[in-house]
Design a protein around this ligand. Structure first.
Ligand SMILES: NC(=O)c1ccc[n+]([C@@H]2O[C@H](COP(=O)([O-])OP(=O)(O)OC[C@H]3O[C@@H](n4cnc5c(N)ncnc54)[C@H](O)[C@@H]3O)[C@@H](O)[C@H]2O)c1
Length: 258
């Protein structure tokens, strides 16, 4: 099994449609021991969703914007496991006025919220868990929506994702000497709470299916979860600072296929 004996922290499980839910399921199928986290009022929904995993894991509270909660999760994992082998950052949030075609009018406060929660938080989480990983090395994986290009409607979330891509490279630089790898999976569109929250989501998914040579199922995060499991595993030992597309091949095509 790919992740036998690995102890992993998985953020972002909200509903069974969450990308992190598929990642948690595949991680358990591959032998990992996992703990989930989510923030504030979402914890009870995460606990309900966790019961649908093969081996229902514990859920800890972690608002990624609250340094004291990152500290508390680190202390709890130190008590439980004494170490951490990897983590999945599956967290994003942008206020409504930062998405949906309002790019030129979005106020700084909304941009700042989107950036802090969706990009800067990767640095906060990785550094927070560093003491648990630096002795034996580890793997940090986060979720991207390809930010090398501009999209309709994605607006300041796209800018936050561009930041996330850069943060991944800088973390790879600074954590590599401790044996910690930092990579992104750039997923195609999936019908999750976060995905549905983007106005115009359906317009993007239609063109996706037309362009992706492998096709694309917006209801199935399993292919994304497979790539996450690979990056969390020792098979990816030589990979860091990478952006791995799991999008049916959409990113490699110049136009829609006939
Ligand atoms: N759905 C898509 O089409 C798609 C495509 C590419 C990348 N992604 C990315 O995948 C990741 C997971 O999103 P998803 O689509 O599975 O949706 P989701 O709504 O299931 O997950 C988003 C998670 O972020 C959590 N979150 C928000 N603010 C937080 C905070 N302050 N502290 C801790 N957690 C917080 C939510 O509680 C939720 O669990 C996000 O980074 C998203 O941008 C999604």
């Amino acid at each position: 099994m790919l992740l036998a004996g690995k102890k992993l922290l998985i953020t972002g499980v909200l509903t069974p449609q969450s990308i992190a839910f598929a990642a948690a399921r595949v991680a358990q199928e591959q032998g990992a021991e996992i703990v989930l986290t989510n923030f504030g009022r979402t914890v009870s929904l995460t606990q309900k969703t966790a019961k649908r995993l093969p081996d229902p894991p514990d859920v800890l509270e972690l608002d990624v914007n609250a340094p004291e909660q990152i500290e508390a999760v680190r202390a709890e994992l130190a008590r439980r496991w004494g170490r951490l082998d990897g983590l999945l950052h599956a967290i994003a949030f942008a206020p409504q006025d930062a998405l949906g075609g309002n790019f030129l009018a979005t106020p700084w406060e909304s941009v700042a919220t989107a950036f802090r929660t969706s990009a800067y938080s990767l640095k906060e989480l990785a550094v927070g868990m560093l003491p648990l990983m630096e002795d034996r090395g580890g793997s940090v994986v986060a979720l991207d929506f390809d930010a090398r290009v501009a999209w309709p409607i994605y607006d300041w979330m796209g800018v936050a994702k561009a930041g996330l891509e850069a943060i991944t490279r800088y973390l790879a630089r600074d954590l590599g000497p401790s044996g910690i790898r930092v990579n992104l999976v750039s997923a195609g569109p999936l019908r999750t709470m976060a995905g549905k929250g983007i106005p115009g989501f359906d317009a993007i998914t239609e063109s996706w299916a037309r362009r992706a040579p492998l096709g694309w199922d917006v209801g199935d995060a399993t292919p994304v979860a497979g790539a996450i499991a690979f990056l969390l595993s020792d098979l990816a030992a030589g990979i860091t600072g990478e952006l791995l597309h799991v999008d049916g091949g959409f990113h490699a095509m110049g136009t829609d296929l006939a």
